[in-house]
Design a protein around this ligand. Structure first.
Ligand code: NAI
Ligand code: MG
Length: 356
């Protein structure tokens, strides 16, 4: 019997609306599979919590979360709370404290109708972007000198440690080998003459241990172009924190938008909890209306199950998402339908049960 302890952080805006649907899916799986069980503990962290308590989470929030296997997070962000506070003091803090150095972003077309690219199919757009999640351009290193003065200088330093660079690249090679796919590194050695030259050399060096893995190396500008013009070139992709942030948004654009973008923040050693979340934010423009698309958050369930070695369930969830998307009646508003968040979640569970 496998038991997975899940900390729920529904967060703000549409966060709680979509997380409720993801929890439904997990509970349905628990019912169908006597070998797996979940427990859920909800934490009220987020911007409303901040407005009441002056902080995004309990002082010992990290200690509390540490005992869980997984964190399942909706979204945080609220008009009136600066985004650098909500993001830094909750999300980035969790990612850092729990050493979630791998960000796994599947970019797969779930239904051909969702891509704005002409005559592209599910076979053309099917990749896994592995983004460095702990350092790089987002390390927060730098300085702000002589603010407001004519000699004002701002420095934002990228941090690429050997340990940090090697472990993400190695993770990507392992993934490519395991799934028998090619590996593409995205960097920018021609302009970033320290960090990215180093990145490229580590990519080559580690690659010597993986002669069976076919590799490509693209500059980030060219890669961005290929994401749109030739997405079929990419299978497993490894890149830095900033580049990964940007190219995965291009990925979201070519696969149907934020309602279909999910990401896992992984601590591969399982020394700390890993965090599963949709990529989208709290969407204040549609919050409270019950029309948010829950597919991204349900896809996170698939990633969670994969991570805990339940890849049969992971696959079943993804297949059911694809099946569901063939039913126009269950499309949400942002893709031209009229189904509510709850209707999509309920229908999903119905179909998952039927498919078993
Ligand atoms: P957003 O992702 O919340 O919304 C962007 C647009 O996409 C909006 O028009 C929204 O309605 C739409 N959208 C997003 N998710 C959707 C879904 N599931 N179904 C249908 N439509 C969806 O990004 P935005 O507006 O830039 O940020 C809003 C707040 O969310 C900010 O406070 C921001 O800091 C925060 N945020 C939080 C993130 C997180 O918790 N991981 C990530 C991104 C933003
Ligand atoms: Mg982003």
């Amino acid at each position: 019997m496998k038991h997975i302890k899940i900390a729920l952080i529904p967060g703000d805006g549409i966060g709680p609306e979509v997380i409720a649907e993801g929890v439904k899916v997990l509970k349905a799986i628990e019912k169908m599979d006597s070998d797996i069980s979940f427990s859920f503990t909800t934490f009220p962290y987020g911007c409303e919590y901040y407005l009441e308590n002056g902080r995004m989470m309990d002082e010992d929030g990290i200690e509390k979360l540490k005992e869980f296997d997984a964190i399942y997070l909706g979204a945080v962000g609220y008009p009136g709370v600066p985004d650098h506070i909500s993001l830094r003091d909750l999300l980035l803090r969790i990612r850092k404290e729990f050493d979630q150095y791998v960000n796994l972003r599947p970019i797969s077309l779930l239904n051909p109708s969702l891509t704005p690219l002409k005559s592209r199919t599910e076979e053309d757009i099917d990749m896994l972007v592995i983004r460095e999640n702990s350092e790089g351009e987002y390390a927060g290193a730098g300085d702000w000198l002589f603010p407001g003065k004519p000699e004002e200088v701002v420095l934002q330093t990228g941090v690429f440690s050997r340990k940090g660079t090697e472990r993400i690249i190695r993770y990507a090679y392992e993934e490519a080998r395991k799934s028998n796919r090619s590996l593409t590194s995205i960097s920018k050695g021609n302009a970033l003459n320290y960090s990215m030259v180093f990145w490229d050399s580590v990519f080559e060096e580690v690659g010597k241990e993986y002669p069976d893995v076919k590799t490509f190396s693209y500059l980030v500008d060219a890669a961005s172009l290929y994401f749109v013009s030739n997405p079929e070139r990419f299978e497993v992709v490894v890149t830095s924190n900033l580049f990964g942030d940007i190219v995965t948004d291009i990925g979201a654009a070519i696969t149907g938008g934020l309602g279909f973008a999910t990401g896992a923040n992984i601590n591969p050693e399982k020394a700390f909890p890993s965090m599963f979340e949709p990529v989208h934010g709290s969407a204040p423009d549609i919050a409270g209306k019950g029309i948010a698309n829950p597919i991204a958050v349900i896809w996170s369930v698939s990633q969670m199950l994969d991570f805990f070695g339940e890849s049969n369930w992971g696959k079943a969830v993804l297949t059911t998402i694809k099946d569901l998307l063939r039913e126009k009646d269950y499309h949400t508003k942002e893709i031209g339908g009229s189904a509510s968040t709850r209707q999509v979640g309920n229908r999903f569970v119905e179909k998952l049960i039927k498919s078993m």
